[in-house]
Design a protein around this ligand. Structure first.
Ligand SMILES: NC(=O)c1ccc[n+]([C@@H]2O[C@H](COP(=O)([O-])OP(=O)(O)OC[C@H]3O[C@@H](n4cnc5c(N)ncnc54)[C@H](O)[C@@H]3O)[C@@H](O)[C@H]2O)c1
Length: 305
């Protein structure tokens, strides 16, 4: 997807972001359609620096390409004893609660909370039932998706991801003709609307149908020690995590997890065993590497840059 966007000129890989506005605890970055990830790293670093000086730092980004996984940026704040928050709106793919067509983006949000002896709490999800990537993964594997995930192009509920995409089908492109449903009914819809407003209206990126590609992004860092000593905060969060994890479990449940735990475990496991990549995505990577004359065998044998 990224390679195609670079070819189309949507992503300008050599472009660096520009500070459009700068205040004591706020800033606005013009990403100038460069690569989204380094711009969002810059935005979070600025928010952290402002929070260090003034308690709270908030940075918006416009003209911004896709920033990928939001949880990575909130971890930057957590590693500095701060709370990290990221909101990102995106092109319409989700129907409003009670609607039939795409109006809101997947509109993810992420919150990172430092803990003490426990792992940090990392909340990181789209306001749609799931990220579009998971529907694509099911499509590529030829599997159906659970009920209440998607609608077809006529607004009818379906479990077939083939009803959700039009040509060129993944992995050759992503052309959504159906709609995703919001997570948690009216509550996920309401959160998605707020993400659209913070990521889109507040940053000047635009909301709803204004969004064609990329993300409108709002990041925030909050310096915990401006409120309570960091040690006290950490032990209070640890206590909450332990109360949750030791609370009585529903029938058939062996363990209660807190947000972030599944990903920390997956990370440890994947460092040991590697990352499983669906066949269709892997063959797409081989295809792109061949076209760009990238020697994949050499990279696999020697993955360090
Ligand atoms: N940049 C973009 O435009 C964009 C758009 C959509 C999603 N995304 C990214 O895609 C990723 C996946 O999003 P998603 O909506 O499919 O996430 P998801 O539905 O898999 O939810 C993940 C969140 O739920 C928590 N979680 C999962 N199982 C849990 C359990 N059993 N108990 C407690 N907590 C649990 C995880 O720790 C995590 O915080 C995220 O990293 C998100 O940032 C990015």
């Amino acid at each position: 997807m990224y390679v195609q966007q670079i070819r189309d000129g949507a992503i300008k890989p050599k472009t660096k972001s520009r500070i459009a506005r700068n205040g004591a605890s706020t800033a606005l970055l013009d990403a100038k359609w460069g690569v989204g990830q380094p711009t969002c790293i810059r935005a979070m670093n600025m928010a952290i620096e402002k929070a260090r000086k003034n308690g709270v730092g908030s940075v918006g980004i416009y003209n911004c390409n896709h920033i990928g996984r939001l949880g990575d940026y909130v971890m930057m704040a957590v590693e500095r004893n701060m709370i990290g928050i990221v909101f990102a709106n995106s092109d319409p793919s989700v129907a409003p609660f009670g609607g039939m067509s795409r109006v809101l983006g997947a509109n993810p949000m992420s919150f990172g909370i430092p803990a003490g002896k426990e792992k940090p709490v990392i909340v990181d999800f789209a306001s749609s039932v799931t990220a579009e990537g998971k529907i694509r993964a099911a499509f590529l594997k030829g599997k159906s998706v659970p009920e209440n995930w998607i609608l077809d192009s006529e607004g009818r509920p379906t479990t077939n991801p083939g009803d959700f995409y039009g040509p060129p089908y993944p992995p050759h492109g992503v052309n959504v003709i159906g709609a995703q449903l919001p997570a948690g009914g009216h509550k996920g819809f309401a959160l998605g609307m707020i993400v659209d407003i913070l990521g889109g209206a507040l940053t000047g990126s635009g909301c709803g149908s204004d969004m064609k590609v990329g993300n409108g992004v709002f990041v925030q860092a909050i310096d915990v020690k401006r409120f309570v000593p960091i040690g006290k905060f950490r032990s209070t969060v640890d206590k909450l995590i332990r109360e949750i994890k030791t609370s009585p479990k529903a029938e058939g449940v062996t363990e209660i997890l807190v947000p972030g735990e599944p990903e920390f475990r997956a990370r440890e496991e994947r460092i040991k065993s590697g990352i499983a990549i669906p066949d269709a995505i892997w063959s797409g990577i081989i295809d792109v590497a061949a076209k760009l004359k990238v020697d994949l065998d050499r990279i696999i044998a020697n993955p360090e840059p």
